[in-house]
Design a protein around this ligand. Structure first.
Ligand SMILES: Nc1ncnc2c1ncn2[C@@H]1O[C@H](COP(=O)(O)OP(=O)(O)OP(=O)(O)O)[C@@H](O)[C@H]1O
Length: 566
């Protein structure tokens, strides 16, 4: 991450704390910080207790011994209460923050068809993992690290005062003149921590990139596993298990290969961390042992000093002890920043889709292009008058679905202008029907909310499209996209149209899996129920002409796309 990325990461983190939820968030944060400060005070209080306790032991003061034990019980109880409340409150805050970010990212990802643009242009991998995992890590790690840092600063200030007071003065004689170093133990701790942090960054610096790749490899593997689950029947028909296994193991090999690097860097970091801790524990004894034996300090002083020095050292070592979490946070931030950048990418200003106050749809010299800029079809001038019924034809792969994508505002690559009526309701039925997870009613009402339609309306729609036998299972949760046949899926799509009652309907090979009788009956039903419907269908089957009033052949070359009565 460079300087700019740190600024962007800060913006990513800051967004929540200046959002609508800021006052609630800041209040909870203030409570957590207050508890943290009380816990630091408690820790400082304990070092004084230790001094008194060891002095009482060394002077055989039994009354002081009992009094101090009661004191310890009170300190312990307060510690339990504060620790428990702090943990619980911090977890509440984590979830609050994560919920807010999830909501924002979902809104931006699903809004303005960004998810579609990102997938189609391959702008970024595994959006699912970024939303599900990275946002969780961002909230959890930032809070843990941020609050930890604050606690460390307070710890440092508190215990530095104690260490300073107990350090005494070190007199160094340099070139004949003597120099007094006050609070020298504090300087020892500081130099030690700086040296340790430097060593850590040198040794573990690559962990950030390695962590990033690990998360990517894990997400790729999970995605492939999910595909096997969702495409189970297709794979089973092709008997593609062996191939799937090889592909899965291949993806898993990437996880394993990168894991070796994770292990190597983690090993190095753990080694530096342990060395740093173990060597650091010896320093106070080394420097203060002689003072104790010379009688300059008491046993209690030595204990209090050792404990306080340990705290100062740990506080100064925040960077060292949190290196792995910091590395993870840095890679999470990189992934989320990439996500934000992908969300911000807009398609090139190409086919312009405008709303107009009138009726009908008009295309002016619309020419979709392939992503590499090659023209896909010839320019199309086309007027879709209200209540007209168009059949869109052309050889496979010529660009018929792409024309529909452009009409839906999903394909901006190209040139030309499309005018759509602002007040009309447009509905597109793509070639592959999508069924959300849930009950059959949820699938039927999609993209509307199931609550918008009564049970009777749904039942009637099912019956009208010949799926009446499924009405009793309407509220059953099932894998409906696997359970329904191809023809049933297409009939369900017509059921959706009957519920949604659009003014303009675009069907992309919506009856390809049906027999001709069912096709005729569904078109007849459509025109009976929605007599003013404007229809544009794409289809290859002969006989479709009879349901349409006009036809348009999409061509690449030569000649222009032409409109003719069927
Ligand atoms: N995201 C994409 N990137 C590159 N090429 C694409 C993309 N999407 C579609 N294409 C290509 O654009 C061309 C037109 O596709 P389109 O789906 O519009 O054809 P179609 O006429 O509807 O075909 P069919 O009748 O077989 O459904 C195809 O060659 C397809 O491979």
């Amino acid at each position: 991450m460079n300087k700019n990325s740190y600024r962007m990461a800060w913006r990513l983190i800051r967004a929540y704390w200046i959002s609508d939820d800021r006052w609630a968030a800041r209040s909870v944060l203030a409570l957590v910080i207050a508890l943290d400060l009380l816990l630091v005070y408690r820790a400082a209080r304990i070092t004084f207790w230790q001094k008194d306790f060891y002095d009482a032991l060394s002077t055989h003061d039994i009354q002081a011994f009992w009094r101090l034990l009661v004191e310890l019980a009170v300190i312990a109880l307060a510690g339990i209460a504060m620790n428990t409340t702090r943990g619980y409150t911090a977890q509440c805050l984590e979830m609050r923050w994560r919920s807010w970010m999830t909501d924002v990212f979902l809104r931006n990802w699903l809004g303005d068809a960004a998810y579609y643009r990102i997938e189609r242009a391959g702008l970024m991998d595994n959006a699912d993992q970024r939303i599900a995992d990275d946002l969780k890590w961002l909230a959890t790690n930032t809070l843990n690290l941020g609050l930890g840092l604050l606690r460390n600063i307070v710890n440092l200030a508190t215990f530095a005062v104690i260490v300073w007071g107990l350090s005494g003065v070190l007199t160094l004689t340099l070139a004949g003149s003597s120099v007094d170093i006050y609070g020298y133990m504090l300087w020892v701790g500081l130099v030690y921590a700086i040296a340790g942090s430097y060593a850590m960054e040198r040794i573990g610096g690559r962990l950030v990139a390695v962590d990033y790749r690990q998360q990517q490899a894990e997400a790729d593997f999970r995605f492939l596993l999910m595909r096997v689950r969702t495409q189970a029947e297709q794979i089973a028909f092709y008997a593609g298990e062996a191939t799937e296994r090889v592909r899965l193991l291949h993806r898993f090999a990437a996880i394993r290969a990168n894991w070796r690097l994770v292990m190597t860097y983690t090993k190095r970091i753990t080694m530096v961390e342990s060395l740093y801790t173990e060597a650091g524990a010896i320093i106070p004894y080394l420097l203060n042992g002689p003072r104790y034996f010379s009688g300059a300090i008491t046993l209690g002083d030595l204990i209090q000093f050792t404990q306080s020095f340990m705290r100062v050292r740990v506080s100064l070592s925040w960077f060292i002890y949190n290196y792995k979490e910091l590395a993870l946070l840095r890679s999470v931030c990189s992934r989320l920043l990439e996500f934000e950048q992908a969300l911000a990418v807009r398609g090139k200003a190409g086919i312009e889709v405008r709303a107009h106050a009138g009726r009908g749809i008009r295309l002016y010299s619309v020419q979709p292009q392939y992503p590499d800029g090659r023209p896909m079809t010839l320019p199309l001038d086309w007027e879709i008058k209200p209540a007209s019924r168009w059949l869109l034809r052309g050889p496979s792969g010529i660009g018929k679905s792409t024309v529909l994508r452009a009409l839906a505002g999903l394909w901006a690559e190209g040139t030309g202008v499309i005018e759509r009526p602002a007040a009309a309701k447009l509905m597109f039925t793509p070639q592959e029907s999508y069924l959300p997870s849930g009950t059959l009613r949820v699938c039927l009402c999609y993209p509307g909310d199931e609550a918008a339609f009564t049970y009777d309306a749904c039942k009637k729609a099912l019956e009208q499209v010949g799926l009446g036998h499924l009405a009793s299972d309407m509220d059953k949760d099932d894998n409906w996209s696997q359970r329904l046949s191809g023809g049933e899926l297409q009939r369900l799509a017509f059921g959706r149209v009957l519920l949604q009652q659009p003014d303009y309907l675009f069907l992309d090979e919506a009856t390809s899996a049906l027999d001709e009788d069912s096709e005729a009956w569904l078109y007849a039903l459509l025109f009976r129920k929605l007599p003013m419907l404007t229809l544009v269908s794409i289809g290859h089957r002969p006989g479709l002409e009879r349901y349409h009033t006009d036809s348009l052949t999409v061509c690449a070359a030569p000649g222009r796309a032409e409109s003719k009565k069927p």
